[in-house]
Design a binder for this molecule. Structure first.
Ligand code: ZN
Length: 118
C-alpha cells in the first residue's frame, strides 16, 4: 500500500465516521409480501425489500459502509426493520448513530424508514 493509498484510506474512514458531510442520494427499497400454497400444501409467506437501483445512490463511501456492515456483521445485526411494513411501500435505509466516541460515531445501525410518496 502506497503513502497515497494510506492517505486516501484515512480520508475515506473519516468520511464514513462523519456521514453527514457526504452527499448521498440514499438507498431505497420497495417492500412486498405475498402468501401462497407450496407444492407440499404448506402456506408460504414471503416478504422482501427489493433494492430500487435507479432511485438509489449509485455508490458513495456512505453506501459502501452499508454493504460492508452487512458483509461484516450480517443484515439482521445492522438493519432495523419496520414493525408493520405495508405491501408496496418504499423505505429508505437511514443511518442512526447509536453511540459516540468523542466526535466520532462509535456504533451505528441502519433503520428502514418509510418514504412518503406523492
Ligand atoms: Zn451514497
Amino acid at each position: 500500500m502506497s503513502d497515497q493509498d494510506v492517505i486516501d484510506l484515512e480520508k475515506a474512514i473519516d468520511r464514513i465516521r462523519n456521514p453527514d458531510v457526504i452527499e448521498c442520494k440514499g438507498i431505497f427499497y420497495r417492500f412486498s409480501s405475498s402468501v401462497y400454497l407450496s407444492s407440499h400444501d404448506s402456506i408460504e409467506v414471503r416478504e422482501s425489500y427489493r433494492l430500487l437501483k435507479r432511485k438509489s445512490c449509485p455508490g458513495c463511501l456512505r453506501c459502501q459502509q452499508i454493504h460492508e456492515d452487512i458483509a461484516m456483521a450480517g443484515i439482521e445485526n445492522v438493519f432495523v426493520f419496520p414493525k408493520d411494513p405495508k405491501h408496496g411501500d418504499m423505505y429508505e435505509a437511514k443511518f442512526v448513530a447509536a453511540s459516540w466516541d468523542g466526535s466520532y460515531v462509535d456504533s451505528w445501525y441502519w433503520e428502514l424508514t418509510k418514504v412518503e410518496e406523492g
